[in-house]
Design a protein around this ligand. Structure first.
Ligand code: GDP
Ligand code: MN
Length: 352
C-alpha cells in the first residue's frame, strides 16, 4: 500500500531522518510562513499547483480553501500538510527499493532531484546494493557521487537510517525527492513517497494508513479503452473483461482487487482507472467471500465524493454483507444491478 507524504515522513522521523517541521493544516495556522502541500497519493503535485508557499494568515486561509478543492489527476485531498519553509541550495534524489529479480534491497541516487526527475535516464542513476555487509561504505560513495565530501558522515547516517526504516516497516519503496541541501548545509527530506508490503500487514498492528493500495493484480489492456473493470478473483475478473469485449465494447484493463479487498484497496483501483483518458463507464463486479460488500460500497461512496469527473458506474455486488452494502448505496441513490448481464447492458447504454 502507498502511504501519504505526511505518513511516510512520520516514519522517516521515527528513524531519525531530518524532515521539515510541520503540522496538519486546520482553519488557523500554528506557525507561518509555511509550504502547504496537498496530501494525495499521486505524484506531480508541484507541477499541478498542489504545493503553495503562504506567508500571511489571509494567504493561508485562501490557499487552504483552494488546495482542498484542487483536483490533482482526479484526486482532491482530505488533508493538507503545512511545512516550515526550507531554503533550497540543491535538490537531490535518493530512494531505496526492493529489486525482486536480484532479491536485494537497492539504493538509487541522482544529482538531479525535484519535479523534473522523470527526465533522468535510467542508466544515469547511482545504484548500489544495500546489505548489512556493505552499508558502511555507502555514505562515502554517495558523498563522492554528489560531490559533497563534507557531507560524507551525514549521508552515511541517512543511508543507515533509511535502511533501518525500510526493513522495519517492510517497505517496498522509500523515495526521497527532493533530498534538499539547505542554504546552511543541512540535509532534509523535502518529499517522501513510501509503499509497504501488504503481505506483512499481519505483523504491523500499528498500520493504519489512509491511502492504502493492496496487492491487487492490475493489467492495462488498452490505454484508450472505454470500459474499466473492477472485479475480485482472477476468474471473475477475466469473465468480466470477456463480457465487456463480447458486448462490442473495449475493456481498458483487467483488475483483480484480490481476496480481502477493503475500502482503501478499492479506492486505489479507482485512482489507477482515472489515469485512462477515454473511460465512459466503470463495471464493478464483486462476488464477496473474504471481501465484504459493505467495504466495497464504502469505497464506491468515497470515490463518488472525492473523484471529480468519475464516469458512470455499473455495479453488481453479491456475497458477504450484501444487505449492508445495498443499504449504504441506496442511501446515496447509487444504483446496483442484479447480474453481470445487467451491468453490461447498462455499460452499453453509457458507452454508446
Ligand atoms: P511533488 O511535485 O508531488 O513531487 O511534490 P514535492 O513535495 O516534491 O514538491 C515539489 C517542489 O516544490 C520541490 O521539488 C521543491 O522545489 C518545492 N518545495 C517544496 N517544499 C519547499 C520548501 O519548503 N521551500 C522551497 N523553496 N521549495 C519547496
Ligand atoms: Mn517530490
Amino acid at each position: 500500500m502507498k502511504l501519504l507524504e505526511y505518513e511516510a515522513k512520520q516514519l522517516l522521523a521515527v528513524s531519525g531522518i531530518p524532515v521539515p517541521k510541520s503540522y496538519i493544516a486546520e482553519a488557523s495556522p500554528q506557525f507561518l510562513p509555511v509550504v502547504l502541500k496537498s496530501q494525495v497519493s499521486v505524484g506531480g503535485r508541484g507541477k499541478a499547483g498542489g504545493v503553495r508557499k503562504v506567508s500571511s494568515p489571509a494567504e493561508y486561509t485562501a490557499a487552504l480553501q483552494e488546495l482542498l478543492q484542487l483536483s490533482i489527476k482526479g484526486f482532491t485531498p482530505k488533508k493538507l500538510l503545512a511545512e516550515e519553509v526550507v531554503t533550497i541550495n540543491r535538490e537531490l534524489y535518493l530512494s531505496v527499493i526492493v529489486d525482486k529479480t536480484a532479491a536485494e534491497i537497492q539504493l538509487m541516487a541522482h544529482t538531479n532531484g525535484g519535479v523534473e526527475v522523470e527526465e533522468n535516464k535510467a542508466d544515469e542513476f547511482f545504484r548500489t546494493t544495500l546489505s548489512a555487509s556493505n552499508i558502511s561504505s555507502v555514505g562515502e560513495r554517495l558523498a563522492d557521487y554528489f560531490d559533497l565530501a563534507s557531507k560524507s558522515f551525514a549521508l552515511q547516517d541517512m543511508v543507515q537510517q533509511l535502511y533501518e526504516c525500510f526493513v522495519k516497516n517492510d517497505a517496498l519503496l522509500i523515495e526521497i525527492n527532493p533530498l534538499i541541501i539547505t542554504n546552511d548545509g543541512g540535509l532534509v527530506a523535502g518529499d517522501c513517497k513510501m509503499a509497504c508490503d501488504d503481505a506483512a500487514a499481519y505483523r504491523h498492528a500499528e498500520w493504519n494508513f489512509e491511502a492504502g493500495e493492496s496487492n491487487a493484480s492490475f493489467v492495462t489492456l488498452d490505454q484508450n479503452g472505454e470500459v474499466a473493470t473492477i472485479a475480485n478473483g482472477a476468474g471473475l475478473a477475466m469473465a468480466t473483461v470477456d463480457a465487456v469485449k463480447q458486448a462490442g465494447l473495449s475493456p481498458a484493463n483487467f483488475l483483480d482487487v484480490g481476496g480481502g479487498a477493503n475500502e482503501a484497496s478499492v479506492l486505489a483501483a479507482f485512482q489507477k482507472i482515472m489515469e485512462y483518458p477515454n473511460i465512459k463507464v466503470i463495471v464493478i463486479n464483486i462476488f464477496a467471500g473474504i471481501t465484504r460488500c459493505d467495504e466495497v460500497a464504502k469505497a464506491i461512496i468515497a470515490a463518488k465524493a472525492h473523484i471529480t469527473n468519475l464516469p458512470p458506474l455499473s455495479i453488481r455486488l453479491a456475497g458477504t454483507n450484501f444487505e449492508q452494502a445495498a443499504e449504504l448505496l441506496q442511501a446515496q441513490s447509487i444504483l446496483t444491478l442484479a447480474t453481470l448481464e445487467d451491468c453490461i447492458q447498462h455499460a452499453k447504454e453509457h458507452a454508446a
